[in-house]
Design a protein around this ligand. Structure first.
Ligand SMILES: [Cu+2]
Length: 447
């Protein structure tokens, strides 16, 4: 279903004209215009050096995830052709195949995760650490829909100053066909919280699950003179975005009929869109507070065949590895990185805790003259495609019990309870505040 017409109409000469404008605009980097008489580097040559050694390696494919079986939405939910009674919903997605051999990688067809892997990048440092972040992408095809030979891409939503070639928008760059390989190279100079998604047939591939959250750590990280942890959301120069722990919160949705349509070789009418499930990091409450699977993208954990290893007692969440449980000690600063890649505006709140919004759409909230524009709020409206960096200070531990619990949830109760009236399901999770000194330092986000 990919529209190739646009690509075909552009001749190679036109393409070079377009590309030349971009190349000029970024002169000073390695993307220099050749001297007269030299030919331009072909895209293949540009990335050849990056192919051998990726920082992350995605395989695009399909999968099944677990959403609450009851109440049912016959015939759409739970899906009757699910391969496992614990899994309810057909999805497309990405699977982290970093470090896998060829056979292990091929075994991952049909075993993507939702959301796509959470990952983080250090801000590109011309002087201290001039290393690009390299993301290799392959396409394993769809196990349930061999008739669909869709390509995939990775598009960083909101990433500035990227050359079109690495943008992932398939009409102006390229997309990865089945069995193809491509390596994206990023030099990200703007820290903050982003989201990414496949941009091929984007309504389909985004809604079917090819979505993830990525963030970029500022150069200021490691400097403990502003804030003791040395962790910051931005290059703030004063420690105002310093934090002790960080938790990514990706908001997505499932319209059960559309997912059923894809597994049954039908086409949904997208203008009838109506989400049935609202998810946080690919899960609904109380699964949102269940433990993480292997989420350290640099150290992916898998068995000898490359398969994900389920957490005992949470086997149904094996393809939904990211927990949204927020844990912290009293008095600590906690950074919540929200982004919304559903199709509906959401309103997230924490009962009894104010949040300080320090960044929006990967931009520090400062005026041009440096005026601090951060603000305190109890609830955040998060539009589609928006991201927010919210920091709260954990209130004093009160007890009794090992920790105090606060609810983090969507203020639209239909979005925090889904189809059920019981209060279960939806975009809801918990914040657990422990007495000072209980929890050690956080190494990996969302843990
Ligand atoms: Cu795709």
């Amino acid at each position: 279903m990919t529209n190739k017409k646009f690509n075909r109409k552009i001749s190679r000469r036109d393409f070079l004209k377009l590309a030349g404008g971009t190349l000029l605009a970024t002169a000073g980097s390695r993307w220099l215009l050749p001297k007269f008489g030299e030919r331009l580097l072909s895209p293949v040559e540009v990335v050849r050096g990056a192919v051998d050694d990726p920082d992350l390696y995605f395989a695009g494919t399909d999968t099944w995830i677990s959403l609450p079986q009851a109440p049912a939405l016959p015939p759409f939910h739970p899906d009757d052709i699910s391969p496992d009674p614990a899994l309810s919903t057909y999805m497309f997605g990405f699977r982290n195949v970093l470090g896998m051999n060829k056979k292990q990688k091929e075994n991952q067809k049909g075993l993507a995760t939702h959301p796509a892997p959470l990952f983080w990048i250090d801000q590109y440092d011309e002087v201290g650490n001039p290393n690009e972040f390299r993301l290799q992408l392959t396409n394993l095809g769809l196990s349930i829909r061999p008739d669909l030979i869709d390509e995939h891409t990775v598009h960083f939503h909101g990433l500035r100053n990227i050359i079109p070639f690495f943008d992932g928008e398939p009409n102006s760059s390229l997309a990865v066909p089945i069995a193809g390989e491509f390596t994206y190279a990023y030099r990200v100079r703007e820290p903050g919280t982003y989201m990414y998604h496949c941009h091929v047939e984007d309504v389909e591939h985004v809604h079917l699950g090819m979505t993830g959250l990525v963030f970029v750590n500022p150069l200021q990280n490691g400097d403990t003179s502003f804030y003791p942890s040395g962790k910051y959301a931005y290059n703030d120069g004063d420690g105002s975005t310093g934090y002790d722990r960080e938790f990514a919160m990706l908001l997505t949705e499932v319209w059960a009929e559309a997912h059923w349509a894809f597994s049954h070789v039908q086409l949904p009418n997208w203008d009838e869109y109506k989400a049935d499930f609202y998810m946080l990091n690919g899960r609904v409450y109380p699964d949102t507070i269940a433990p993480n699977g292997a989420i350290d993208f640099r150290n992916p954990d898998y068995d000898a065949k490359g398969y994900l290893i389920p957490t005992p007692g949470y086997e149904h969440l094996v393809y939904q590895p990211v927990s949204s449980l927020v844990t912290c000690n009293e008095g600590e600063r906690v950074l919540l990185r929200f982004s919304n890649l559903g199709f509906t505006k959401q309103n997230m709140t924490i009962s009894g805790i104010k949040m300080n919004i320090v960044g929006k759409d990967a931009t520090l909230l400062r005026g041009r003259d440096g005026t601090d524009a951060n603000y305190e709020t109890n609830s955040i409206y998060i539009g589609v495609g928006e991201s927010f960096d919210a920091i709260f200070e954990a209130p004093p531990y009160q007890g009794p019990g090992p920790y105090d619990t606060y609810l983090l949830y969507n203020r639209n109760y239909r979005h925090s309870s889904n189809l059920d009236a019981s209060g279960f399901g939806g975009q809801m999770t918990e914040v657990h505040v422990y007495p000072a000194g209980t929890l050690g330092t956080q190494d990996i986000p969302n843990t």
